[in-house]
Unconditional design. Structure first.
Length: 245
């Protein structure tokens, strides 16, 4: 069986860009005849205009049998944490900021669910409305998302891993939040780590890891890529472009 896998980087409420990335994959599947799975690397929500639409689209695709894996990102957990208790910030944040703080983008997510004014209104009022507005099915689905997916020579995860720690011993906080300790480590991890979380201008292969977060939350594209072994290609309207280490 081929070990080819498709991957899609951080989405951040950009439904149109997600659909475009999936269309690029559909075209590549048609050319190659390979129905390999698509792994979505998390951060489905926040900052963009249609987080609700992204969640509904991915849920519907899985329900109709699409070969899609969807991983949990830190922003997906922040939405769940806000719904559980708006006064307790996510422990992965460097300082205790509210979910509706502008750079987090939670107000955009709440607005997509019909709860406007998140930057100005009291958290308690927003929370009460959000509990009524966010379907329980969306909350349950987000809570059930896996933290990683292993396939052949690649490990797919939102943020990265704690180097030198067995996969089974990794913590959720590291898998969805880690940066420096992972990004700055040049060692081979035993597999190619395919991740997002840390926004960069273009998909980049570092030899031991592949970063696909191309700033969709800040106006950039949602990137679609093909991974086979430890090689990777970015998908474009003109076909594959190799992302060389």
């Amino acid at each position: 069986m081929s070990d080819l896998t498709y991957a899609i980087g951080d989405i951040h409420g950009q439904l149109d860009k997600l659909r475009h990335a999936q269309e690029l994959i559909a075209a590549d599947r048609a050319r190659s005849g390979n129905a390999a799975p698509i792994v979505h690397l998390g951060d489905l929500v926040d900052r963009g205009p249609d987080s609700r639409g992204v969640v509904a689209h991915l849920m519907a695709g899985q329900a109709r049998g699409e070969n899609w894996v969807v991983l949990k990102g830190n922003h997906d957990r922040m939405l769940l944490n806000f719904l559980a208790d708006p006064e307790i910030p996510d422990p992965g944040l460097s300082r205790p900021l509210p979910y509706t703080w502008k750079n987090i983008g939670g107000a955009d997510t709440l607005d997509s669910y019909g709860v406007p004014g998140g930057l100005e209104r009291p958290l308690g009022d927003l929370h009460a409305e959000a509990l009524r507005a966010v379907p329980q099915s969306h909350r349950d689905w987000l809570a059930s998302l896996p933290l990683w997916h292993r396939r052949a020579e690649a490990l797919f995860v939102h943020a990265g891993i704690r180097p030198g720690i067995a996969l089974a011993a990794q913590t959720e906080d590291d898998l969805i939040w880690i940066r420096g300790a992972f990004l700055d480590d040049p060692r081979d991890h035993g597999f190619l780590v395919v991740h997002g979380h840390t926004a960069i201008d273009a998909a980049t292969h570092y030899g031991n890891r592949l970063n696909l977060d191309t700033k969709a939350g800040y106006g950039g594209p949602v990137t679609a890529a093909v991974i086979e072994g430890r090689r990777a290609w970015r998908l474009t309207e003109h076909g594959r472009e190799e992302i060389a280490p």
